[in-house]
Design a binder for this molecule. Structure first.
Ligand code: C2E
Ligand code: MG
Ligand code: MG
Ligand code: MG
Length: 290
């Protein structure tokens, strides 16, 4: 047995080292993010939302990106949850609003009916600060309330009591609101319908299977029918195949988003695409999906 002892010690040491480095990595992420905010390492890309009937781009969602000085791109799925846990998310949201403030006026000057949507986390909806920030944003020259929308996840909305009030205040400014990633929570549309929102975005998980025999496709249809009853606009997320778009359009879904139409892109690319569209007011380079 004594021959195994050194091996056990080595394995133990390696495990300990791995654990330590993992803890260091997770603990230091907020610290690194704080520095990254100061060093301007965050930027925005915009993913179009398409009218499924006409194929025109009617709005776009602002999606945050983090580029490290060495060129590494860190996905929001990795750092947004860490930012939420560490209380840094409100700083991130402020940066997003600053970036929109800097980039959007050129867009709205040429496409006055276009809309940009901004993702909000539970912490943003827990205090009235974001309402104040959004009001400031709409007070900027070249940004009107009808040019903006917010997206809040089901989980975010249910996190604290204040979200209902904050959401109502945001809509009172004339800014639209959507429930994001709909279907991934357990609260049900009838309950969420008591929140003041204009639309809901059906999560990609349910869109993946539409047009197939998979049972989750029934869930999508059910969500669509309930949204109609509540008179909510529906946006289908993560559409990758024409058959999905066709199916959803046939069910009366008005809007779609996904790689079939366009991936997220920097503002200059979005502007160029909108400018070159046949109908400059709200078009995109991608033609209709029929
Ligand atoms: P989300 O708000 O549901 O955004 C949709 C995500 O799906 C985006 O990922 C988008 O790039 C991706 N996507 C869109 N179409 C397709 C498709 O056809 N196929 C596939 N495979 N993916 C598609 P992204 O940009 O990595 O963002 C991930 C999540 O991070 C977002 O999910 C959102 O919850 C969060 N996030 C991103 N930006 C922000 C932000 O500024 N603030 C906050 N609080 N959260 C953000
Ligand atoms: Mg979103
Ligand atoms: Mg979404
Ligand atoms: Mg989603």
């Amino acid at each position: 047995a004594w021959t195994l002892a050194p091996l056990g010690a080595v394995v133990g040491l390696l495990l300990w080292l791995a654990l330590l480095s993992h803890m260091r990595a997770t603990r230091s992420l907020p610290v690194v993010m704080r520095a990254a905010l100061a060093d301007d390492e965050f930027f925005l890309e915009y993913q179009p939302i398409v009218d499924l009937d006409s194929g025109r781009w009617v709005s776009a969602e602002a999606l945050i990106r983090w580029k490290r000085p060495d060129g590494t791109l860190i996905r929001p799925d990795l750092f947004i949850p860490a930012a939420e846990d560490s209380g840094l998310i409100q700083r991130i949201t402020e940066r997003v609003l600053e970036l929109v403030c800097a980039e959007a006026p050129a867009l709205f000057a040429r496409h006055p009916q276009f809309r940009l949507s901004i993702n909000l986390s539970a912490a943003d909806l827990a205090t009235g600060l974001v309402v104040h920030r959004l009001r400031e944003l709409t007070n900027q020259p070249g940004i009107e309330p009808h040019n903006l929308a917010v997206e809040a996840t089901e989980r975010g909305l249910l996190a604290v009591d204040a979200t209902r009030r904050v959401l109502a205040d945001i809509r009172a400014l004339g800014i639209r609101a959507a429930i994001d990633d709909f279907g991934t929570g357990y609260s049900g549309l009838s309950y969420l319908g008591t929140f003041e929102v204009d639309s809901l975005k059906i999560d990609k998980a349910f869109i993946d299977t539409v047009g197939t025999d998979a049972p989750t496709s029934d869930v999508a249809v059910h969500i669509i029918e309930m949204a109609k009853t509540l008179r909510l606009d529906v946006v289908a997320e993560g559409i990758e195949h024409p058959e999905q778009a066709e199916f959803l359009r046939g069910r009366g879904v008005r809007y779609g988003q996904g790689w079939l139409f366009a991936k997220s892109m920097p503002m200059p690319a979005l502007l160029a695409a909108l400018d070159s569209a046949a109908d400059g007011s709200a078009g995109g380079p991608v033609t209709s999906v029929e």
